[in-house]
Write a protein that binds this ligand. Structure first.
Ligand SMILES: [Zn+2]
Length: 485
């Protein structure tokens, strides 16, 4: 076998998701982002001695929603543990987490990789609390160049869900796709804003290399805190290359925690990996065990909406869309809803899809606004499409009408009336213009008569220019051909 094919990579991901509850996991402090430092803290989330944490019911429901959407079995009896470690942004010296009885176990997520499907098994979904945040002073924000580090405890105690996969991922592309699909799924559940920039969705990646076909796993390294799809994919690609080079030169991979540096596109060692027993987990004596009743599971399960993959499958069947179109629409909860709203008023789903994925998406991207904030009402887009079909406006004019609908939120009828954009299908009016264009362009006319089909396009273009794009091009074509044949 060729050198490069001798090894295969084995990857697993641990993803952290901050939940969108109003209050923290074990106290009543408000959850906020980007406000003044240390304004949402209390003795409970700071871990003062003698204080008693109380489980946030909403957070448990949200966690259940995620576990169920990932096809997990639910532990009816579940408890919280203390995970003991010292870290400056963790004032109690332990984090409340779950150890041997996590909320959800043995789930899966199927990745659509285009040519194949990759099933990624989910080992566990557990609940925990987030830590505070260290802010390093100085312009670079890096600890090595900071004059001081200050602690902001607003984030400490935010409900956090950890989703751990089996080592089922084989390529950096699969890892990326896993994060993309997981993020879409959680956004659909409306339990987190999944903002990777703000840290509400972040992941650690384990990666090891082994001889192709080997049954055992190689020594793994862990890349910490990957907070973008791109960094995840690039960090893993670098780490696979690094480990492969080590093994090929007869050296060993050392088990360690590494950091991906996007400036150099490399990973660097942070520390040797702690073993789980270093954390000295023990059941939190201040928290009672949770009994997850079947009734609660049923109620949460019933509240799970149609998920992206199910929606894409339905779009293919119901509207006859291609795989690509269906996935594109279904991956965005607002866009897919909008698509269906337009289809309520207008029957050609493919045309609706083309407008949303084409002109609509282009304007959304250009103006960098979220899709759901766009001003074009579904009914108005449907009306505009009907006007193209009936010949009231040309598809060229429609583009400009749509741009105005997008920037003003006005109805297409109003824009068309006001600016006199109605398509000219009046043969009497067009005949005069066509005669003139034919008279002025004898060369194009003779070229057409000699069999050059392209010449007709030039003549149509002249008519369109004179009518400022308002002539019905199909009709113009017919009339010119009839005239000069
Ligand atoms: Zn608090």
């Amino acid at each position: 076998m060729a050198g490069k094919q001798k090894y295969e990579a084995v990857m697993g991901l641990e993803t952290h998701v901050e939940l969108l509850t109003e209050t923290k996991m074990f106290c009543g402090c408000k959850i906020s982002f980007g406000e003044d430092k240390n304004i949402y803290t209390c003795p409970v989330c700071l871990g003062h001695p003698g204080t008693l944490p109380v489980v946030n019911k909403k957070a448990v429901e949200y966690a259940l929603k995620i576990a169920l959407a990932l096809n997990c079995s639910i532990n009816h009896y579940t408890i919280f543990h203390r995970k003991n470690y010292f870290y400056p942004d963790q004032s109690k010296n332990y984090q409340i987490s779950q150890f041997d009885l996590p909320l959800g176990v043995k789930g899966y997520l199927d990745l659509d990789m285009g040519d194949y499907t990759r099933r990624v098994n989910i080992t566990r979904v557990h609940m925990e609390e987030d830590t505070g945040k260290l802010v390093h002073t100085g312009s670079t924000g890096r600890i090595s160049e900071a004059g001081a580090s200050i602690v902001d405890f607003n984030r400490c105690g935010t409900p956090l869900i950890e989703i751990v996969t089996e080592p089922d991922i084989r390529t950096p592309e699969e890892a990326r796709q896993y994060m993309v699909e997981l993020r879409n799924l959680i956004l659909y559940l409306e339990v987190s804003d999944c903002s990777m920039e703000q840290g509400s969705l972040r992941c650690d990646a384990n990666v090891s290399i082994r001889k192709q076909g080997a049954g055992t796993l190689g020594t793994k390294t862990e890349i910490k805190n990957l907070n973008s799809f791109k960094f995840l994919q690039k960090g893993l690609a670098y780490e696979i290359k690094r480990q492969t080079a080590l093994l090929e030169s007869g050296k060993e991979v050392i088990q360690q925690t590494r950091h991906y540096d996007n400036n150099t596109d490399t990973t660097k060692a942070l520390r040797s990996k702690e073993e789980a027993h270093d954390y000295r987990y023990f059941p939190d004596p201040d928290l009672v065990p949770l009994n997850i009743e079947q009734e609660l599971i049923d109620r949460v399960a019933a509240s799970i909406p149609e998920l992206p993959q199910q929606k894409a499958a339905r779009f293919k069947k119901q509207y006859g869309l291609s795989d690509y179109d269906a996935d594109f629409l279904a991956n965005d909860t607002y866009m897919s809803q909008y698509f269906e709203d337009v289809c309520q008023h207008y029957g050609d789903a493919k045309a609706v899809c083309n407008w949303i994925m084409g002109d609509f998406s282009a304007l959304v991207n250009q103006q960098q606004i979220p899709f759901e904030k766009a001003k074009v009402k579904a009914r108005d887009l449907a009306e505009m499409l009907k006007m193209i079909d009936s010949g009231k406006i040309s598809s060229k004019i429609a583009k400009s009408v749509f741009e105005q609908m997008f920037s003003t939120g006005r109805k297409p009828e109003a824009i068309i009336e006001e600016q006199g954009l109605t398509q000219i299908s009046d043969t009497g009016l067009l005949q005069g213009i066509i005669d003139e264009v034919i008279g002025n362009n004898p060369e194009a006319v003779s070229q057409y008569r000699e069999g050059k089909q392209k010449a007709i396009g030039f003549l149509i273009g002249q008519v369109m220019a004179r009518t400022k794009g308002k002539a019905n091009p199909k009709l113009v074509n017919e009339m010119i051909v009839k005239k000069i044949k």
